[in-house]
Design a protein. Structure first.
Length: 365
């Protein structure tokens, strides 16, 4: 895809602001930014809540940036060799799922230094109290013996990711809503504090799927399917699991004793509701169609098999394409280098604008 200034810098610049601005022009194409950490094994929740949606967004006419957020991963200690492996592997997962590098910008966060630099600048306008209130920080820090400053600062780096690209839309699962809300607050505060030449940032919206925003663990339908728990037997369906593993995971899924195959918000029926939600998100069928698909099912055994079949049909081509991408690491690195270059072309002018507006001497072009 071509990254140029089309639709971006069409706002006339006040003479007092020599730095090219990328302010929102209502007529410009929408922009989307999202990312995933290269930690743990990507699972069905990540696919339904995030990646599948990103792929669909490619047909919506928006300009899309999909990032592998390796700098976010190191907020919790990672084995360096393992992290490198997982970073390339996640790039192959994005591509195998249908992210098209000719239509979207696909890149590794640490390849674009503007993210870390913008994070510093945004740190200086973000009140500490805002970060201490974040649910994810409270949850994750409670599980760590030693909590890094980076873990507290994690959402500011996320804000930098989003704001550098003037993203209007941030397609994420339900758990990220609070972080996008914080990004909006940081952007508004910066726009106010340094608004002498007009607003710097677009205020982004979270885009949360109506179905599948929070896929639950198969072993415990009261807790979110999560990468950190994906090594727990029976918890997650890995995006790259083979058909036999997928079937085994679903067969073990926790259900209830009512025998009813219906959507329900009754916490006791959360297991069956989760299975139906997975089926609905994968097949794109409506609530009524899904319930009628299962009207003649003979018990939960049938339900589990049918959901497993739908998931296998969706993930098998993904797994096969993943294997092909992993066989050619040089091509993968080439695509990532190209993506980083495209991302830099957008992020650097924005960083320079931020610096200028905050009072730094910005020289050169
Ligand atoms: P961790 O357990 O390490 O926090 P995670 O499984 O939550 O990892 P992330 O890398 O934090 O995965 O999330 C990547 C994307 O997947 C985000 O947009 C997130 O909202 C979405 N996502 C994660 N888990 C789920 C889930 N269970 N259901 C729907 N979407 C999810
Ligand atoms: N915190 C996010 C990952 C992430 C992200 C982003 C998502 C980092 N930067 C920017 C959307 C936009 C998560 O999924 N855990």
């Amino acid at each position: 895809m071509e990254i140029d200034n089309e639709g971006l810098a069409s706002v006339a610049q006040p003479a007092s602001d020599p730095i090219a601005a990328t302010e929102a022009d209502l007529n410009r194409p929408k922009r989307a930014f999202s990312g995933m950490q290269p930690t743990g094994e990507p699972h069905l929740g990540n696919y339904i809540g995030a990646v599948k949606r990103w792929v669909q967004m490619q047909d919506s006419g928006s300009i899309n940036f999909f990032c592998i957020v390796d700098l976010h991963s190191v907020t919790i200690h990672q084995d360096p060799d393992e992290l490198r492996k997982r970073t390339r592997s996640l790039a192959a997962v994005y591509l195998a799922s249908g992210i098209d590098p000719d239509r979207s910008t696909l890149f590794i966060q640490s390849h674009v230094s503007a993210h870390a630099e913008a994070c510093w600048l945004l740190n200086c306008v973000t009140p500490l109290g805002w970060l201490q209130k974040m649910t994810q920080f409270k949850d994750k820090s409670a599980k760590q013996e030693s909590v890094s400053t980076g873990l507290l600062d994690y959402p500011v780096l996320q804000a930098a990711d989003i704001l550098l690209y003037d993203a209007d839309q941030v397609p994420v699962g339900e758990d990220q809503k609070q972080h996008v809300e914080l990004t909006r607050n940081i952007a508004e505060r910066f726009n106010r504090l340094y608004g002498q030449d007009g607003p710097t940032f677009v205020i982004p919206e979270p885009v949360i799927p109506t179905v599948g925003a929070r896929i639950m663990g198969l072993d415990d339908p009261t807790s979110k399917m999560s990468k950190s728990a994906s090594s727990v037997r029976g918890h997650a369906v890995g995006l790259l699991d083979d058909p036999a593993e997928i079937e085994r995971s679903f067969k073990r899924a926790v259900t209830d004793s009512s025998g009813e195959i219906r959507f329900s918000d009754n916490p006791e029926r959360a297991g069956v509701n989760n299975l139906l939600t997975i089926y609905r998100a994968i097949t794109g069928r409506t609530t009524e169609q899904v319930e009628s698909d299962f009207a003649s099912a003979r018990g939960y055994g049938d339900l589990k098999l049918k959901v497993a079949e739908a998931v296998i049909a969706e993930l098998t081509p993904v797994r096969e394409r993943y294997q092909q991408f992993m066989q050619d690491p040089a091509e993968l690195d080439r695509l990532l280098a190209r993506g980083a270059e495209q991302a830099r072309a957008v992020a650097m002018p924005k960083l320079r604008q931020m610096m200028h507006r905050m009072g730094m001497v910005v020289v050169g072009g």
